[in-house]
Design a binder for this molecule. Structure first.
Ligand SMILES: Nc1ncnc2c1ncn2[C@@H]1O[C@H](COP(=O)(O)OP(=O)(O)OP(=O)(O)O)[C@@H](O)[C@H]1O
Length: 213
């Protein structure tokens, strides 16, 4: 298992008796706006801690894991990711630098942009990108790091339907190809049915359905 949650409670927002998220699989989280999906993702990389209960990452209580180490393995793409000043290339390299990884060649960077469906030259000034393009740039930055677990919070909220499907398809293929764990909040059940190995439905802060698809 990648994650196991037991008797987890966070304020009056989230209350989960038991939840297991498998390793090297695609897990989709669905639920209405305000149901607690983002809160769940934030718990998984210890950006917030539960008031009660325990969360285990690969069998270890995440309270016992150095948070910086944990966030190197479990990386989250938030709904409104940070885009740094400078070019698209600068933005990709800064991710590697933060993760203390070696620089890579431009052709590797271009390939990652292609995977994230961002059709822009590396020299493009990042601040000129649209909202959806900035999101895909941040996604490319994460894919370049090849973390064990990728947490995506509605990766496609700023995208049209066609682009959305292509981005999700691409990141799913990427995760499968590298046998990584992908946990993503998606807004539609049909997307979950199409891509997920496991679908978790959250309602009013609790898990109401968990199904292997
Ligand atoms: N730090 C906080 N303090 C108090 N309330 C919070 C906090 N964070 C989130 N909430 C509230 O908890 C509820 C769940 O928020 P969350 O962002 O997890 O929902 P969500 O399912 O991701 O919603 P959306 O689909 O709209 O992004 C919301 O009502 C939100 O206002």
């Amino acid at each position: 298992m990648a994650f196991q949650l037991e008797q987890v409670q966070y304020k009056d927002i989230l209350k989960i008796d038991k939840l297991q998220i498998p390793e090297a699989k695609i897990t989709c989280i669905i639920g209405e706006s305000g149901s607690g999906k983002t809160t769940l993702l934030r718990l998984l990389n210890n950006l917030i801690s539960p008031d009660e209960g325990s969360i285990f990452y690969k069998g270890r209580n995440i309270e016992d894991i150095d948070p910086i180490q944990l966030r190197r393995e479990v990386v989250m793409l938030p709904q409104n990711p940070t885009v740094f000043s400078g070019s698209v290339k600068d933005n990709l390299l800064i991710g590697l630098e933060f993760a203390e990884k070696d620089k890579v060649r431009d052709d590797v960077l271009s390939e990652i942009l292609r995977l994230a469906q961002l059709d822009k030259p590396l020299s493009t000034i990042a601040s000129t990108l649209s909202g959806g393009e900035k999101q895909r740039l941040a996604l490319a930055r994460i894919m370049l790091l090849e973390p064990e677990v990728i947490l995506l919070d509605e990766p496609t909220s700023a995208l049209d339907e066609g682009t959305e499907e292509r981005v999700i398809e691409s990141v799913v293929e990427f995760a499968k190809g590298k046998t990584r764990t992908l946990i993503m909040v998606v807004h539609s059940k049909s997307i979950a049915q199409r891509f997920a190995d496991v679908a978790v439905t959250i309602q009013g802060g609790g898990v109401v359905a968990e199904e292997g698809l």
